[in-house]
Design a binder for this molecule. Sequence first.
Ligand code: PMP
Length: 338
Amino acid sequence: MNIRALVKPNVRRLSAYEAKEIPCRVKLDANESPYGFSFFKNIPTNRYPDPEAKELKTTLAKQLKLKSKNILVGNGSDELIYYLVTTFGGAVLYPTPTFSMYGIISKALGEKTIEIPLDPSFDLNMKKILDAIKKHKPKLLFLSSPNNPTGNCFSTERILMLIEKSKGIVVVDEAYQPFSSERGFIPFLKDYKNLLIMRTLSKIGLAALRVGFLIGDEEVINEVNKVRLPFNLNSISQALAVRALKDKKQMRSAISSIVSERERLSKELAEIKGVMAYPSEANFILFKVKNPEKVYAGLLKKGVLIRNMKGVINGCLRVTVGSKKENDIFLRALREVL
Ligand code: PMP
């Protein structure tokens, strides 16, 4: 696959901003202040961040058994979506309902969007997507799997078929992969140059840091890197993300608590009359009630804030899996409101 041909001509001609690190005794090249603040022992606040986020990429690469050159870090995956649309342009295809930023960013950048409704079991509607691929030749396909807000993974065979049939880049957004029972798409990277995987640390306890990352073929990563702002990830986020990733025990135990609470919450919801909860592979559960507006408002009156999916999937509400105590408060409030 000719990746360069897929890149927008204006980006194709660009070279990435070069930020060489030259060892020195006195650093007077970047108009920084010599005076920093000592909030953090090992983070010189007066210096610009490492533009390549080397330590963070090495840490991620080691844990995922990849190479640093296959990783690009962003200020959250939101920023990476922005970079992808900037690099490749439209048309941009995604199923609906899904994560809203694919559409918002594509439209903000003036690109054409193609929205294909999911089938009744919330899986990819292959006939419609394949027809749209033929007709519009999208440069980018965004597939959130597990999908936000439906909570399910799309079928692996269907995603693989789209990677094979599409002449564009297929981005599998695995923001919720840590909570899923499926293996995800990293094992398929070696087979497909047009496959990119997007992950984030936001759902696993580090939303405040804004760290997302793209994984893919070196050539694709290098093209996207051309539009990346040089210091897109601040020094504090880089340093804390490395520390958190190295604390595998805490990370794993938080994920497994969330997964077991999700299972408990699903079971409890199934027993409540008037509630129809959809299965979830993520850290949230989508459920249907007769009177979503009233239920949403009633819960909020009791101090419990969930997401009203009005206009996205009518009749549905989405609850994030919290701690055992939070989930119990939610369940009691829901029973009372109903
Ligand atoms: N992808 C999906 C599917 C999401 O649901 C979200 C967050 N709601 C994101 C990406 C954004 O993640 P980040 O915090 O890394 O920007």
